[in-house]
Write a protein that binds this ligand. Sequence first.
Ligand code: SF4
Length: 553
Amino acid sequence: MAVSTTPTTGGNARPARRPRGEGQWALGHREPLNPNERTKKDDNPLNVRARIENIYAHRGFDSIDPADLRGRFRWWGLYTQRKAGIDGGRTAVLEPEELEDKYFMLRVRVDGGQLDLAQLRVIADISERYARGSADITDRQNIQLHWIRVEDVPAIWKALEEVGLSTTEACGDCPRVVMGSPVAGVAADEVIDPTPALDEIVERFIGDPAYSNLPRKFKSSISWLADMPYEVNDISFLGVIHPEYGPGFDLWVGGGLSTNPMLAQRLGVWVPLAELADVWEGVVGIFRDYGYRRLRHRARLKFLVADWGVEKFREVLEKEYLGRSLIDGPAPELPERPIDHIGVHEQADGNRYVGAAPVVGRTSGEQLRRLADVAEAHGSGRVRLTAYQKLLVLDVAPEKVDSLVTALREIGLESFPSVWRRSTMACTGIEFCKLAIVETKARGQQLVERLEQRLADADLKDADISIHINGCPNACARTQIADIGLKGQLVMGPDGRQVEGFQVHLGGGLGMAEGHKAGFGRKLRGLKTTADELPEYVERLTRRYLAGRTDGE
Ligand code: SF4
């Protein structure tokens, strides 16, 4: 129990006040302090699956208890989707039931982004049969389907689980998909493939009621290479070689974007592969027990890390959760620029992997089915999803690469894309998201097309200008860490009326070596554009940058 240390002064002084709790369970604050905490306490969200299978799937949407519908369904990857035709100006004023449709978005977790062809074909089949052909690759290596009816959810789960996929804890206040390097196990410069540890975490802890009620979402990544945005996760492990103990992993905690963005911090420890899962469990245990549950907007792990500092965090992890000291470790080597794996690359075994780009992560059941056929025809049995809404085909013999690249192009996946197609991402936006203020996916597709035309004459060479389009301040597509980060909001149009537009963040970046430090883009007051003017805006910005850039920039 926390004890106040505030002194009292003399006989008339009021008794010392107990500091206001932040809702930390470990300090005795077990009574729910907000409606979300109440919902989780009333019934473990994982239990909603039985109600979906036994009741809601038979009685339909209108039979669903609101606390399940807008709360616990998330633990099984289900969100109600936005009703068509409601403009962004009404997002904040309508009640949830006025905003939502009777269909769901369903998020399929793809831990490590790893899919075999049977899994890819099952997702394609579900998309075509139950999701009106929809399928988006998210920037966390998931696949999102739309237009799902509650009646179809049990059949979808059955199909997914038969091939080893699931939607368990794909959303909600729980451990989300565990991200991994899309080239784990094949990369020429990987020293240890961390996939066994990633699999162990999923096997041991996903769907475990002991970790299904966290203060907020918990985002993880495990990779040897720094080929994903590891600094914005609650926990990240990155490959590093210890001078005495050899290859292992460097531990980072407390990253997160949205409001109050913070970069993860190194704890300065070296963790061998065999201990990754236990250390992961220790960190998620700290979050569960000491995380702030009073206010949702202060509940992510980053706030606890910011308040405690890394020394205290490490001490609590060692003493209370692991019962032993961790080994001090060196900092990992970081690349000079983000690695997205697009194009043709040699694997450790001499085969090739080919990274290809859909536009802003939008794909379809038909395209995924054809992708499986193309991969199979070229001798590959594995596809990977990236943290940049792109995909890879692994294990291609060198002599089959050209044919594969052509076949991918024929189905709309480009292995040698323009800088715009390669580096533009978009969140779900107003098409389906209830929190959105602006449209993102279609706008992203148009933007890529128009920039390819308008800047066809520009000497872009090796410029990688990332554009991240977000439909609201929540930053699902990582607004703050793009060269051009776009945060959806209403802005003043030319005729003085409010229209869809974006606040612009400039110059963010991640995954950089010394001298190219990671950091958030600058949000400048007044730096806004209407959505209609976005292509011209980016064109002007790019031309100015190209004219002024120095050698090697
Ligand atoms: Fe929805 Fe906003 Fe996230 Fe986009 S950034 S998916 S609009 S919550």
